[in-house]
Design a protein around this ligand. Structure first.
Ligand code: NAD
Length: 351
């Protein structure tokens, strides 16, 4: 019995040594690849609102085959034809590890998540996807010396934060599981940066508005839905009160900020986490702007559980540090964004 125990102990020590050696080899080999000119990039949760557009931009910049999209969804024919797509469940460490190794990945853009409103409806799943999933990619990025981008959000702040404006660094006590998981991501990433030298990068986005992909269940989704309803039925019911002010960004600006931020050399970054934004408006204000194109648009207000979330979030986001430290500058204001959204969606609803 004692001999058997000793044998198991030896086996454990031996396997730990092998793991340690494997990690050292990984570090040695990968340090050369840390920041190549044409990085090989993996996007997790790539079929969501932000992933498809980002893949397009990154493929133009770094080459079609260097950007690998992944998700747990069945891709459309268009997605499959536009470049590499692989099934990847963020909760399966081994599958992710295989993908990173076999595809010689240099950067991970980690988009998989359950957003604010959806997360509140299924807290255990949100904890698994947003927290356990994050642990998996963070650990892989550490082991293989990858540059990793993890988006955060205005939802990482709470009612105790200064809300107008909300600075880069202030108290963060979010009241949704989405926000809690995002603060966890920010802190863990910064910890891995200090402890292990991980090239962790994080931008806190406001509500992102886009025409060719649908939002995934966030509190700012109304600012996309209004365009579809205005053009289709001329009637829109808003789930937030008319004076609920929230920060927003047109998708082109959001994806550009991410690409510019990821391309910066490590020494150019003074911090790992930055606020970025472009505009801030209320439902009443976007209605007025949309009515410039659809004058007969009728709007009613029926606040639901998302009102409480919105009331705890920043009203105006202060991104002055991103502007000062790496020249971030948005191009679209509210009317500019509304013009381009209406132009893009009008043909879809023409009858
Ligand atoms: N869209 C916004 O307004 C906004 C604002 C701030 C931050 N963000 C952040 O940006 C990221 C992308 O947002 P989005 O709007 O594209 O989200 P989305 O909900 O549209 O897409 C998320 C994707 O994650 C995938 N996913 C879910 N579970 C998964 C799993 N187990 N394994 C792998 N993939 C899984 C989903 O299939 C989906 O395609 C998220 O982390 C989000 O928190 C988005």
């Amino acid at each position: 019995m004692a001999l058997q125990r000793l044998g198991i102990q030896h086996l454990r020590i031996f396997s730990n040594l092998i793991n340690h050696q494997a990690q050292l080899n990984v570090h040695r080999n990968q340090s050369v690849l840390a920041s190549p000119d044409n990085p090989r990039i993996l996007i997790t949760g790539g079929l969501g609102q932000l992933g498809t557009g980002l893949a397009k931009i990154l493929r133009q910049k770094y080459g079609k085959d260097n950007v690998i999209m992944s998700d747990i969804l069945k891709p459309s024919k268009e997605v499959v034809e536009s470049g590499p797509y692989i099934f990847a469940d963020i909760l399966d460490f081994k599958c992710l590890q295989e993908m990173v190794v076999n595809n010689r990945i240099d950067w991970i853009i980690h988009f998989s998540a359950l957003l604010s409103a959806v997360g509140e409806q299924n807290v255990p799943l949100a904890i698994r996807v947003n927290i356990e999933g994050l642990h998996n990619v963070m650990e892989l990025a550490k082991q293989y010396r990858l540059r990793i981008f993890v988006p955060s959000t205005i939802g990482a702040f709470g009612p105790e934060s200064p809300r107008n404006p909300t600075p880069n660094l202030c108290i963060q006590r979010p009241k949704t599981i989405y926000g809690v998981s995002k603060v966890h991501g920010e802190l863990l990433g910064e910890y891995y940066y200090h402890k292990f030298g991980l090239d962790f990068r994080c931008l806190r986005f406001p509500g992102v508005i886009s025409s060719d992909t649908n939002p995934g269940g966030g509190t700012t989704d109304y600012a996309v839905q209004i365009f579809h309803d205005a053009l289709k039925t001329r009637q829109f019911q808003c789930y937030l009160k008319p004076d609920t002010r929230l920060p927003m960004m047109y998708i082109t600006d959001a994806l550009r900020s991410l690409c510019e931020f990821m391309a910066l050399p490590p020494e150019a970054l003074k911090q790992r986490t930055y606020n970025v934004t472009a505009m801030s408006f209320t439902p009443e204000e976007i209605v007025k702007s949309v009515q410039r194109h659809v004058p007969d648009l009728q709007v009613t207000y029926a606040p639901d559980s998302r009102q409480q979330i919105a009331d705890s979030w920043p009203q105006v986001f202060d991104d002055s540090e991103a502007r000062a430290e790496w020249n971030w500058k948005p191009q679209y204001d509210i009317d500019g964004m509304v013009d381009i959204m209406v132009e893009a969606l009008r043909p879809k609803y023409k009858n």
